[in-house]
Design a binder for this molecule. Structure first.
Ligand SMILES: [Zn+2]
Length: 381
């Protein structure tokens, strides 16, 4: 319970940049602090500018995006309109086809009747002719019947001719409709290509907007971080003035760091660019890849100010080396020291692991000077 409370308090101090701690242990002169404050304020100004630039970028990306969306909507409306036309035309084509089929059916029926009649007249003609030749019936009866049949046949032929004309008309209409449909399909294809292009543009603009917004966000976060630091330095300055000068340094280290473990550096300290998205994020320390269980050594002598679970850091150790210098070792599988314990340089303080926000076993090594993150490589041999 007591330990948990202390851990929470230390975490808060760590994040809020240790104002009281600073007053107790920092050996710097007020002048140093003022210079530091100046530096932080300048960085804050730069971050404000960066944020403002990102905000303007996001604004123009947003405007461009809505413009693209507008033309996309317009193209979609055109496509819908075209589809309606195509549907109506398809209806006409279907109607026409039905008419054509009906006409063809009629023609076939007519043709059957006509052929039957041709057969009849031929057969009848032959019989009657023989009848006449044989004198069985009179000639006028025969010729009037022949005349009648011929009349009927010529009417059949007229009807057939008319049907043929109708069919030809329907056929030419069919061709015309097919040509119209072909034109609509071509326009549709063209429109689809345009839409695909604009869609690609939309994706690009949306991505630009996303990036600009993320940049704005990260600048804001960095600005807030710097703000907290500047406020703390200011408060340290006030404390120093109240105490009548800098406090003496605590039981400190040698000032010469050693590497906490040996392994390849997989991520460096500072602004890192994401390999895929191209976005930038602040990395608070450096990552040294080692196997799980590898001993983690104190980079320098000092007092353990934290040993326990610390959120995303997982199992974490912090060592105060005096003079406002603190080191942190995160993501350990096990811890080997207790708070308040004095360790000499090289002491095994923990064993490496992948606890907290970590994708694989490594040692996340952080260095803070007066509560502010700094480049660990500057302290390592
Ligand atoms: Zn890290």
């Amino acid at each position: 319970m007591e330990k948990k409370k202390l851990g929470g308090l230390l975490l808060a101090l760590w994040l809020a940049v240790l104002p009281l701690y600073g007053a107790m242990c920092f050996a710097d002169t007020a002048d140093d602090k003022r210079a530091e404050l100046n530096d932080v304020r300048q960085r804050m100004e730069r971050m404000q500018t960066r944020k403002e630039q990102a905000r303007r970028k996001a604004e123009s990306a947003s405007a461009e995006l809505s413009e693209v969306m507008g033309s996309l909507n317009e193209l979609q409306a055109q496509a819908n309109n075209l589809q309606k036309k195509s549907d109506a035309l398809q209806g006409k084509i279907n109607d026409n086809q039905a008419k054509l089929e009906k006409k063809q059916q009629e023609m076939q029926e007519r043709m059957l009747i006509y052929r039957k009649r041709l057969r009849d007249i031929y057969i009848n003609g032959q019989i009657n002719y023989l009848d006449v030749l044989l004198g069985a019936k009179d000639f006028s009866d025969f010729s009037s019947r022949m005349y009648l049949l011929q009349k009927i046949i010529s009417r059949d032929l007229e009807l057939l001719e008319k049907l043929k004309q109708d069919a030809a008309e329907i056929n030419s209409r069919k061709e015309q409709l097919a040509a119209e449909m072909k034109e609509i399909k071509a326009t549709q294809t063209e429109l689809e290509a345009k839409k695909a292009k604009v869609n690609k543009l939309r994706e690009q603009r949306a991505y630009m907007l996303y990036k600009a917004q993320e940049e704005e966000q990260s600048s804001q976060e960095e600005y807030e971080r710097l703000l907290a630091i500047s406020e703390n330095i200011a408060s340290m300055l006030r404390n120093m003035e109240n105490a009548g000068g800098g406090a003496p340094a605590g039981q400190g280290g040698t000032g010469q760091f050693m590497w906490p473990c040996n392994g390849p550096i997989t991520s460096y300290y500072g602004w890192r660019t994401h390999p895929i998205f191209g976005t930038t994020k602040y990395h608070s320390g450096m990552d040294i890849a080692v196997d799980s269980g590898t001993p983690i050594h104190a980079a320098d002598s000092g007092t353990i100010v934290y040993s326990g679970w610390l959120g995303g850091y997982g199992n974490c150790v912090m060592i105060d080396h005096g003079g406002g210098l603190v080191t942190l070792y995160a993501h350990n599988s096990a811890l080997n020291v207790g708070e308040g314990q004095y360790v000499s340089k090289g002491t095994v303080v923990a064993y490496a692991g992948s606890t907290g926000y970590s994708t694989g076993p490594h040692c996340h090594f952080e260095v803070r000077l007066h509560g502010e993150l700094t480049e660990p490589l500057n302290y390592l041999p």
